[in-house]
Design a protein around this ligand. Structure first.
Ligand SMILES: NC(=O)c1ccc[n+]([C@@H]2O[C@H](COP(=O)([O-])OP(=O)(O)OC[C@H]3O[C@@H](n4cnc5c(N)ncnc54)[C@H](O)[C@@H]3O)[C@@H](O)[C@H]2O)c1
Length: 273
């Protein structure tokens, strides 16, 4: 069984009132949940994405405000133009969420140099370029911070994920380096390492299984909390890291995986449940 998500009891308290937030890959999935959470907390959110979010963010008018600006994080010209647009229209950035990412699933034998380079260009060069070009907009703001969306695959690895796992481990390393270098400028930098989150990125795996419900039940059983993750689980942690409640937290990778990485495996014959 996949236990239901417990919804936040303290949402929409204006915890991001008046703040300007950039979320890459905010058009769908985890990024969309991050956009929705910040907007519900009163922020102005700029979605930087290759894809337009369509109508999925229209309900935000009730609280904060979200707008889309075209962005390819792997392309320096695109990042530069994005930074210029945000600077002109908003004058600064309080929180940069480097969320956009792609996944490649193949053996090291089949993976070509261009496949490898593409994963690195989006998952690692992208956050570097975004940080580099948005930094001038963040300096001097009130408790600015950068939050990178890494992965538990930056800590462990699934089969056939060499470039993805390497890129996410690299992103965790970049997070620590930025925390050290930007701390003196008053900018904190942390990463969130999500576990299995129900999004388009990995729904394909479940849908390929002949018995979808069984796949979800088995997946849920790997998690001490009894369920797979929801994009809102990641969004809540990102929000916390952006607030002054996390003002003494920098250079950390916060795992949001329902305890999956913590649980040591046992052979089925010895397991209690
Ligand atoms: N879903 C999971 O279980 C999971 C687990 C761990 C980590 N993550 C990480 O979380 C992040 C979001 O994952 P998701 O599941 O929501 O993915 P998703 O594929 O559902 O959404 C990714 C978004 O990023 C955008 N994007 C892709 N390449 C881009 C580029 N070059 N420039 C700008 N935008 C681009 C896409 O258009 C899309 O809107 C990724 O970094 C992913 O690696 C996801």
């Amino acid at each position: 069984m996949n236990r239901p998500v417990t919804r936040s009891r303290d949402s929409a308290n204006g915890r991001a009132e008046g703040r300007i937030i950039v979320v890459t890959g905010g058009a769908r999935g985890i990024g969309q949940a991050i956009v929705n959470r910040f907007a519900a907390e009163g922020a102005t959110v700029i979605i930087g994405d290759l894809a337009h979010p369509g109508d999925t963010h229209t309900d935000l008018k009730m609280h904060g405000y979200a707008k889309w600006v075209h962005l390819d994080i792997a392309d320096e010209d695109s990042v530069w133009k994005f930074a210029e647009t945000v600077g002109t229209q908003h004058g600064g950035v309080d929180v940069l969420v480097n969320n956009a990412g792609i996944m490649s699933t193949q053996s090291i034998v089949d993976e070509t140099v261009s496949d490898w380079d593409r994963t690195m260009a989006v998952n690692l060069r992208g956050p570097f370029l975004m940080t580099k070009h948005l930094l001038p907009l963040m300096e001097g703001r009130d408790d600015p911070s950068i939050i990178n969306i890494g992965s538990i695959e930056g800590l462990g690895a699934n089969a056939l994920h060499a470039s993805y796992a390497a890129s996410k481990a690299g992103l965790h390393g970049l997070t620590r380096a930025l925390a050290v270098d930007l701390g003196p400028k008053g900018i904190r930098c942390n990463a969130v390492a999500p576990g299995w989150i129900d999004s388009d990125l990995n729904r394909g795996y479940i849908d390929k299984h002949p018995n979808r419900d069984q796949a979800i039940t088995e997946l849920a059983s790997l998690h001490p909390v009894g369920r797979i993750g929801d994009p809102t689980d990641v969004a809540a942690t990102v929000l916390w890291l952006s607030t002054t409640d996390a003002g003494f937290v920098t250079g950390q990778v916060v795992t949001v995986d329902g305890g999956r990485m913590t649980r040591l495996s046992l052979p089925t014959s010895l397991a209690d449940d």
